[in-house]
Design a protein around this ligand. Sequence first.
Ligand code: FE
Ligand code: FE
Ligand code: ZN
Length: 292
Amino acid sequence: MLIIGSHVGFNKNDQLLGSLKEALSYGANTFMFYTGAPQNTVRGKIEDGLTLQAMEIMKDKGIDYSKVIVHAPYIINLANGDVDKFSFSVRFLREEVDRCAMLGIKWMVLHPGSHVGLGVDSGIDNIIRGLNEVLEDSPVTILLETMAGKGTEIGRNFDEVKRIIDGVENKERIGVCLDTCHLHDAGYDVSKFGELLDEFDEKIGLSRIKCIHVNDSKNECGSHKDRHENIGFGNIGFDNLINIIYNKRLEDIPKILETPYVSEKPPYKEEIEMIRNKKFDEDLKKKISSLE
Ligand code: FE
Ligand code: FE
Ligand code: ZN
């Protein structure tokens, strides 16, 4: 069965219940959220009542909560070895892991980090050190996201991801999230997705993949830009994305859209419908713009 959703909001009043309702309004059967604003450390208290209500509704609707994803805040940068910044990142990541545990979430996507001029080797060493601190007794599995290679981002190819995983002691708690826009921008030809998966399987193992971010890209393959585009409107294209979404080897893996809003409106209901129909609608953006 296709497990598809998008990133959704999480606010301090409705929390998981609000996130779920947003996802349902898109016709989704999974979702991904940040437990607070991704760019700051302000976090409210988790209300168990709201979590339990959301869990009840999910049971009713047949949504598998064990596939719902949290995205770690992007102010976390484990690759930066500066003592203060590194200890901040480790502490904040650990707090996020604990918030996920309170919510009953199993998976948290993390950008491996940017080495900010220290070089890839030091960056990777720092990431490994940070992950080993956080994951030692973690109930949550961290999914390293494959990155576009913008600036000094680490995780722009499978070899870098593999080096990190090799250094992590608690192998039970480390996995991978593939982002189609990032793979394409990093220089992978996602039109040959079978070959790409073969390479991944050989280097890392397909069983590590626990989430797919499905985005088209505004830029050329290898551009290292990381600008997401709506499904079918970018340089990856609709057919290639459909092939990825329906790939048999990734059947039970949740697919999450992080495509841009269209005229300040979320495109996810229309995009999910289009994906389910497997038919590109070139007027989709126009239709979304004209919604009130
Ligand atoms: Fe991400
Ligand atoms: Fe992503
Ligand atoms: Zn991105």
